[in-house]
Write a new protein. Structure first.
Length: 277
């Protein structure tokens, strides 16, 4: 398993890094579109669509991304769209986690499928806009999610259950603890503070601190870390509803595309909202 994970990670890096550091955003935006279309296929399969229906959902994702690209949305700030997307993630994500697997299963398939398509399209538009804003800006958003995840993992392993007897979401993801959540938030605060020492290009942190001050910047990164947990838990809820361990086997050793981008689905639109305020 470890060998598979390493090989898959190396292949992904060999494809992603040249696209990321290319002089324009076009290769990265195109590659992100392909990956999120694969995520749309996984979403369809997890929600009961047959192969043809899941492929049609992937095609619809490509069409939405392509149309917004053609319309020039990658260069537009779109503050109202990002505010609406962020509010929807907060409200709907909170409702889903409160309702649990049973609540998700009661939703009509058409609602589940459409919601997933919109979430994936918004994630693509946000990540493409972040790349247009600059490599440093995009990496600062990705790094925040990665640091939150890694810090939560180690804090949960070391301290899980020591300060809080209740689990974070036992019916959805029994392994996650509140200590892990707090550890992830401490990790992103440390990252944001450290970024003030080595910022060489505009990042999400520098934009927020310059426009709104240090306190607002720290509150923003903590909130984004919390929303990354929401994205992770929502995907776990959907997999549990489908009786699946992974979203697919597209990435050997890593599961599927959704398993790798779940925490980014809410945080990318949120980052673009914060950057456009």
């Amino acid at each position: 398993m470890l060998k598979q994970r390493v090989i898959t990670a190396l292949v992904l890096l060999a494809v992603l890094l040249p696209a990321l550091f290319y002089r324009t955003a076009t290769p990265f935006a195109a590659l992100a579109m392909v990956l999120l279309a694969a995520g749309a296929w996984e979403w369809g399969r997890l929600n009961g669509l047959a192969q043809v229906g899941a492929l049609a959902l992937a095609g619809a994702c490509v069409a939405l991304c392509g149309l917004s690209w053609y319309a020039g949305w990658l260069q537009k700030p779109l503050p109202l769209l990002w505010m609406g997307a962020s509010a929807a993630w907060v409200l709907v994500g909170g409702w889903l986690l409160r309702s649990g697997v049973a609540g998700w299963s009661r939703l009509p398939v058409s609602v589940r499928v459409t919601g997933g398509l919109i979430a994936l399209w918004l994630a693509w538009l946000a990540v493409a806009q972040a790349r247009v804003a600059g490599i440093g800006f995009l990496l600062s958003v990705l790094l925040l999610v990665w640091v939150a995840d890694i810090s939560a993992y180690f804090a949960g392993r070391a301290l899980g259950g020591r300060f809080s007897r209740s689990k974070l979401a036992p019916s959805i993801s029994p392994g996650k603890s509140w200590e892990g959540v707090w550890g992830g938030m401490i990790g992103v605060v440390a990252l944001a503070l450290a970024s003030r020492l080595w910022d060489a290009s505009p990042t999400l942190y520098s934009r927020l601190s310059e426009r709104h001050g240090l306190a607002v910047m720290l509150l923003a990164v903590v909130f984004m870390a919390g929303m990354s947990v929401v994205g992770d838990l929502v995907e776990s809820l959907i997999k549990r509803s489908a009786g699946a361990k992974d979203s697919s086997g597209l990435l050997p050793g890593h599961g599927g595309v959704l398993d790798r981008v779940d925490a980014l689905l809410p945080t990318l639109p949120l980052a673009m909202m914060l950057a456009s305020l």
